[in-house]
Ligand binder design. Structure first.
Ligand code: AQP
Length: 334
């Protein structure tokens, strides 16, 4: 008799806190496409996470719908992948409360993203920013995800998710699958063009990142102005030459050539040559995505059908896990 083996499940997400950067694309989004046949994938637009930092309502709506169009534009098939808005699946907020009661203040206060973002938004250090990793843990655990494809900036959050899952399983056996991180080999941490010792972020100053929707002239200008150093030598040395190393990593991620072979072929060239190669590779990557993005944005009814179906499919899975945990904790079933 033929047996059907359930594919391993993947959950990942991205916040609509701006337009995705080349870092989001290389570190996370483009890998999602590579996984869609082998895994059972759910990709979420993490709008609940986005409000840990103040968002302008009209802009948040616009960025959210644009992000959905971008996920389609990078080639994600909405039949194979469940694409949804986090706020459309209420189980995320419910699970968040439950898991908050199984997470310690000390654990949260060690999170580097909390420290970074509190420093950046000193006027709005809210409780949501503090418990962001608990919401994220719930996102993953609700779907019993086996793998979570993310950039390395999320390693600490993923570890906390695993700790919380193990703790809950220790109290009430067999509730959650313990997930593993899935990191890209190249480009897991794309750095800012202006401050190459910090990661590239979509909510930072405009010149520090390339947005997926930047046109060729903007890409050219931003890469021309990217910070390098004054010794003029092209080699991969992130500690002493963070700007040049970042450009080499981006080029490697976009062209598929190894960093070593790129460093060798640029060894007797200047920074201008390296920058123009990075510019060409970036434009070549982004233009087809932008063309497809514009087509999806012109069809709002289609986008709506994708996110409605996505929320229904996600909700069905999430409800099973939520109900299981609530029963184990001791709540009376509805
Ligand atoms: N610079 C980066 N290099 C590689 N991967 C990155 N990711 C983010 N920045 C880089 C990965 O992108 C995915 C989605 O991230 P997110 O939007 O959920 O949150 P984030 O990590 O906080 O991304 P940003 O761009 O820095 O957003 P803001 O500015 O709003 O905080 C994740 O898998 C992340 O690892």
């Amino acid at each position: 008799m033929e047996q059907t083996v359930r594919k391993q499940r993947i959950l990942s997400g991205i916040q609509p806190s701006g337009t995705p950067t080349l870092g989001n694309y290389i570190g996370a989004m483009r890998n999602w496409k590579l996984l869609e046949d082998e895994y059972d994938c759910l990709y979420m637009i993490a709008d609940l996470h986005a409000i840990t930092v103040r968002q302008e309502p009209a802009k948040l709506r616009q960025q959210s719908i644009q992000l959905l169009a971008l996920l389609l534009a990078i080639g994600l098939d909405p039949e194979k992948n469940v694409l949804f808005f986090q706020s459309h699946v209420p189980q995320h907020a419910q699970m968040n409360w439950l898991l908050n009661c199984y997470t310690y203040m000390g654990e949260m206060s060690r999170m580097t993203q909390f420290k970074d973002k509190s420093a950046k938004h000193a006027d709005n250090i809210n409780c949501g920013l503090f418990t962001y990793p608990v919401l994220m843990a719930g996102d993953i655990l609700l779907y019993q995800a086996n793998l979570v494809p993310v950039g390395v900036d999320q390693t600490q959050h993923l570890e906390i998710c695993r700790d919380i899952a193990a703790r809950v399983n220790g109290l009430y056996s067999g509730v959650f699958t313990i997930p593993e991180g899935y990191y890209p080999k190249v480009g897991a941490r794309v750095m800012s063009l202006q401050e190459p010792t910090r990661k590239m972020s979509k909510s930072d100053a405009d010149d520090s990142f390339i947005s997926i929707l930047d046109g060729p002239d903007t890409v050219r200008r931003k890469i021309r102005r990217a910070v390098t150093d004054s010794d003029g030598e092209i080699r991969f040395d992130p500690e002493n030459k963070p700007g040049v190393s970042n450009l080499l990593s981006i080029l490697s991620a976009l062209t598929g050539e190894t960093i070593d072979s790129l460093a060798e072929s640029f060894a007797d060239k200047g920074y201008g040559d390296l920058k123009s190669a990075v510019t060409d590779a970036t434009i070549e990557t982004l233009v087809p995505i932008q063309t497809s993005f514009n087509q999806y944005m012109a069809d709002k009814a289609y986008l709506e059908s994708v996110y409605r179906t996505g929320a229904e499919r996600a909700s069905r899975i999430a409800e099973r896990t939520l109900a299981k945990l609530m029963k184990k904790i001791g709540f009376i079933a509805k």
